[in-house]
Design a protein around this ligand. Structure first.
Ligand code: CTP
Length: 404
């Protein structure tokens, strides 16, 4: 994709160096358009070396190719980072006295601003009014964060980290191929109470489920996330106007919430680690050693939620209707053994796709990266993906989308 990165005159420009690297590494064609002031912080050679494109601030260079409008017209996205209070005011007023100004006026691509300024300037009524006007016009914002500012002050106004700006940019570039679809996702791990303070649980953090929800929402879907014991920290990644979060604790609560969410869902992504067994009865008082040693807990089997959803599918057909994806974390070290187990599991559960990953000390649970193979209806591996949980989510959503 063609991305224009506008850089304006703030000290956070040094962080934009890393943003340009992240975007070019992700395969985008990046053109950097600094303002004159920005060049006081980071110079032309740095931008040219990183983007591999000539860099100018002036509308009078490369006039033959009408550069002052061509850049904006050809862009798939324009990011301005840092966006100073002055630049935000100029964009609001439509002032085009340099190449960045003309590019922003000429573009019909999404525009993403990463504000950076002192807290007082951010809070100023003029800045807030400009932000509101731009948001009304559909301009997107990422940040600012609360934190340490130049000169030792602190407060809102700090530019968010390059990784966050890159993620926001990637979300804006995502295809809107799930527009109008509803997606139900389960995330996290259930906890089955033993007594008021103890439970049987598992190590699932909910990160993969949350990444699936974020990916589906970025692509236009309305998403319900049934979140089993997912920390607020992990859930922060899925704050999005078209995502609803339903917190649950036990497998039975998850079953009820997923059954409700799946009723209207086009795609069901069952990423939660659901306890197969629960204590036959939970004590309503804390168990103590005074009652004598505890040597056994009687367990009863939980219903298989995803198998139930697959069996009750309204139309019974995978191809025209709802697509259901189950997940399996397997510890078998041999990949072909894992695939075989996954094939049997997919059939037993009656789901369309099963994403299988290796779960051992280095892979899977509680980690930021993941690697999965997706088993299709014929037992074949329809896709595989390795990388961040978001990258893995993309492949899983692609496979589910392709089935519809
Ligand atoms: N699952 C479910 N309900 C359960 C247990 C699991 O819906 N009670 C779903 C999980 O959300 C996941 C898949 O089934 O999508 C994982 O199944 P797994 O626990 O690996 O399979 P089991 O049927 O428990 O098989 P086994 O214990 O033999 O591995």
């Amino acid at each position: 994709m063609n991305i224009v990165v506008g850089v304006t005159g703030g000290i956070a420009a040094y962080k934009t160096v890393h943003l340009v690297r992240l975007l070019t590494k992700a395969g985008h064609d990046v053109t950097v358009v600094p303002t004159e002031d920005a060049l006081r912080f980071v110079g032309t050679p740095t931008w040219e070396a990183l983007s591999r494109h000539p860099v100018t601030t002036s509308v009078h260079d490369d006039v033959a190719r009408v550069r002052h409008v061509a850049l904006g017209q050809n862009a798939d996205l324009v990011v301005v980072a840092p966006a100073t209070a002055n630049t935000i005011a100029k964009i609001t007023a439509g002032i085009a006295d340099d190449l960045l100004g003309t590019t922003l006026l000429a573009t019909e691509a999404p525009v993403l601003l990463a504000p950076a300024m002192h807290a007082e300037m951010w809070r100023n009524a003029a800045t807030q009014a400009n932000i509101a006007t731009l948001a009304d016009r559909g301009v997107h914002f990422v940040g600012p964060a609360d934190g340490e500012l130049a000169g030792g002050d602190s407060g809102p106004g700090r530019m968010v980290e390059p990784e966050d700006i890159a993620a926001a940019a990637t979300a804006l570039l995502a295809p809107r191929d799930l527009d109008g679809l509803r997606v139900a996702v389960s995330a996290g791990g259930t906890r089955e109470p033993i007594d008021p303070v103890r439970f049987l649980g598992n190590r699932s953090s909910g990160r993969q489920g949350v990444a699936l929800a974020a990916e589906a929402a970025a692509r236009g879907a309305s998403v319900t996330v049934v979140a089993a014991n997912v920390s607020a920290d992990v859930l922060a990644d899925v704050r999005h106007p078209s995502v609803d979060v339903v917190p649950v604790g036990t497998a039975a609560e998850l079953a009820a919430a997923m059954t409700e969410a799946a009723r209207t869902a086009d795609i069901v992504l069952m990423a939660a680690a659901v306890a197969d067994y629960r204590p036959a009865s939970a004590s309503d008082q804390k168990l103590t050693k005074e009652q004598g040693p505890l040597t056994r807990i009687e367990l009863v089997e939980n219903e298989d939620v995803v198998a139930g959803l697959a069996a009750n599918r309204a139309d019974g057909s995978a191809l025209d209707g709802q697509v259901i994806v189950a997940f399996a974390a397997e510890t078998l070290p041999d990949a072909e053994d894992r695939r075989d187990r996954a094939r049997r599991k997919r059939e037993r559960k009656g789901v369309d796709l099963l994403a299988v990953n290796l779960a051992d000390a280095e892979h899977g649970f509680e980690r930021h990266d993941n690697a999965v193979e997706i088993i299709g209806p014929g037992g074949e591996v329809v896709a595989s993906a390795a990388g961040s949980k978001r990258e893995v989510a993309r492949a899983i959503v692609d496979a589910a989308r392709a089935m519809r």
